[in-house]
Design a protein around this ligand. Structure first.
Ligand SMILES: Cc1ncc(COP(=O)(O)O)c(C=O)c1O
Length: 367
């Protein structure tokens, strides 16, 4: 596999740059704060057993996760060490050289890189810059499908554009995929961060041959737990992924599974808190971008904690971001890590110090 450009950039800068203005995970919390949400949880956590856990994930955790779905049961849920393990594992068991894969582009790199490393033929389904943000043409999907298409890879809410598929769009894609005998892998790691009042369901609730990817890292702001999962009603895919997991992590960390159960019990509260942080930050950003219309195109997110804005100043996005890190200690993510053309950059809206970071960016602009 080629180098993972986004992760490589973060590895260099994430832990040494003070003002993080591009992160995709919402504000996190301490173990103590999480345990505090549930009476008795601290005592039970201290007494929890550090043995192996079940390969599929503990029954209680799978029950909690399944409760998020309309059509998936605990036996349709397979817990993984974060979302990344599940992406790798699914692609390995499901795809082979010569298969054709359509993926929403730009994309989080592992969503297409792993398929390419397996010798698959890939077609990007392009999100486009419109007059008021990013757009996706569902009609185009049908044109991209070929006789050897095995998989459509979706990501909604989308990294990096903040585009979000509605339930009607989910249904249309499910109908197209069913009609053409194609599976759908739907990365929904930002699910829960929607605020347009419309329903945004899990793809595996619509389509029997879909695999939905969920995680506690992003919308819940708990990436340190490394708890993710897939939900699928397709038993062959499920069983293949269980057998593959014997060769990767076998099972997840027992303390993390305990904490994940507590988080999901209070999931609605955590999501509400994180959506309100994002919405408040969007109002600060609107103000900032209207003051600096000569420098940026504001592509406000439709959902999720990130947006993909455009720099209008000359000099290139990589140089702008690097200069900003050096002068003001502010981390924006240059769009070239997504292999897109144009001076785009990712901004993260999920952190409580967003306004402070924005002030630093503003000082940078004023010289
Ligand atoms: C779309 C998408 N999928 C998967 C992941 C990986 O998530 P995790 O850190 O939970 O493994 C990320 C992380 O940024 C992501 O943005």
């Amino acid at each position: 596999m080629r180098n993972f450009l986004l992760e490589d950039f973060y590895e260099k800068h994430e832990f040494s740059t003070p003002y993080l203005l591009s992160q995709s995970d919402c504000e996190s919390m301490t173990v103590e704060e999480l345990l505090h949400m549930e009476p008795d949880a601290k005592k039970r956590f201290m007494q929890s057993w550090l043995g192996y856990t079940e390969v599929k994930g503990s029954p209680e955790l799978r029950e909690r996760i399944a409760a998020l779905y309309k059509s998936c049961a605990p036996d349709d849920i397979l817990v993984h060490a974060g979302a990344e393990e599940a992406i790798f594992s699914f692609m390995q068991v499901f795809l082979a050289a010569g298969d054709h894969v359509v993926y929403m582009s730009p994309a989080y790199q592992s969503l297409y890189e792993v398929t390419m490393s397996l010798g698959c033929e890939v077609s990007p389904w392009l999100l486009c810059q419109g007059d008021s943000g990013w757009t996706l043409d569902i009609d185009e999907l049908e044109l991209l499908l070929k006789p050897n298409t095995k998989l459509i890879v979706l990501n909604t809410p989308h990294n990096p554009t903040g585009y979000s598929l509605t339930d009607d769009e989910h249904k249309r894609i499910a109908d197209i995929a069913r009609d053409r005998g194609v599976f759908v892998f739907c990365d929904q790691v930002y699910k829960g961060l929607e605020w347009d009042g419309q329903a945004h369901s899990w793809m595996s609730d619509f389509y029997e041959n879909a695999i939905s990817l969920g995680v506690l890292s992003k919308a819940y702001g708990l990436p340190g737990l490394r708890i993710g999962w897939i939900a699928t009603r397709n038993k062959d895919v499920y069983d293949m992924m269980v057998k593959f997991k014997y060769y990767t992590t076998i099972c997840c960390s027992a303390p993390s599974e305990f904490l994940a159960i507590v988080a999901l019990k209070h999931g609605e509260d955590i999501l509400r808190r994180n959506v309100s942080v994002i919405k408040e930050n969007i109002t600060y950003a609107e103000d900032f971008f209207s003051k600096h219309a000569e420098a940026f195109i504001n592509n406000a997110p439709a959902a999720g904690p990130i947006a993909f804005h455009k720099l209008k100043l000359s000099g290139g996005i990589r140089a702008f971001c690097e200069n900003l890190i050096q002068r003001k200690g502010v981390l924006l993510l240059p769009g070239d890590v997504y292999e897109v053309k144009g001076d785009y950059f990712r901004m993260g809206y999920g952190r409580k110090n967003f306004r402070e970071c924005l002030n630093q960016l503003e000082q940078h602009l004023s010289g």
